[in-house]
Design a protein around this ligand. Structure first.
Ligand code: HEC
Length: 157
């Protein structure tokens, strides 16, 4: 009994994180809490961070989610829309997936030197995918502070 519960829980996590699109963390700020509450019911709220689009695009996405059963008040949707347009508008930088980014992408997105990006890729090749930002502390020669400073742009899948 215990086990089957545990497995369905693991299954749920796998479902909510299985998207092929890079998902970064949601930055804090006005509208963050409403987004997590309303948009985190069916999939990870971070799913929202997979897109970069205009206000009209976000209005359409929200309508689509409402038609699929998303529930919230008008005030909540207003804050969510503002939050998404502010943080995930067309100009916002896309997240970089630490587990499949090229050396050039790592250098550009995270401000790493060539040697640091090579060390990240070497570590990834030897030990497998990074699961959280803490795993990056283990990379020899990498200035962890640089990565930590850009953590809003980091995705692990
Ligand atoms: C009732 C469940 C539910 C809620 C609540 C929900 N979503 Fe979704 N969302 C889905 C489903 C199901 C998909 C996959 C749809 C598909 O593949 O067509 C999805 C997909 C997405 C996608 C991927 C792109 C797309 O259009 O398919 C984004 C972005 C997204 N949701 C954002 C949001 C945001 C923002 C909110 C909060 C306003 C939200 N979702 C709330 C069910 C939900």
């Amino acid at each position: 009994m215990r086990h089957s519960l545990l497995y369905s829980f693991i299954g749920l996590i796998a479902f909510s994180t299985s998207s092929a699109v890079a998902q970064a963390q949601l930055p804090t700020g006005p509208g963050h809490d409403e987004t997590v509450k309303v948009c985190g019911k069916c999939h990870a709220a971070e799913q929202a961070a997979s897109l970069r689009q205009s206000r009209t695009g976000w209005e359409e996405t929200i309508s689509k989610m409402v038609s699929m059963g998303s529930e919230g008040t008008d005030e909540e949707y207003e804050s969510i829309l503002k939050y998404l347009v502010t943080n995930f508008g067309p100009e916002a930088a896309k997240p970089v997936n630490i587990n499949n980014a090229s050396p050039a992408e790592l250098e550009a997105a995270l401000g790493l030197t060539r040697a640091e990006s090579a060390a990240v890729i070497q570590y990834r090749t030897d030990k497998g995918n990074f699961k959280s930002i803490d795993d990056l502390k283990q990379v020899p020669g990498l200035d962890f502070k640089k990565v930590e400073g850009k953590k809003a742009r980091l995705a692990f899948q």
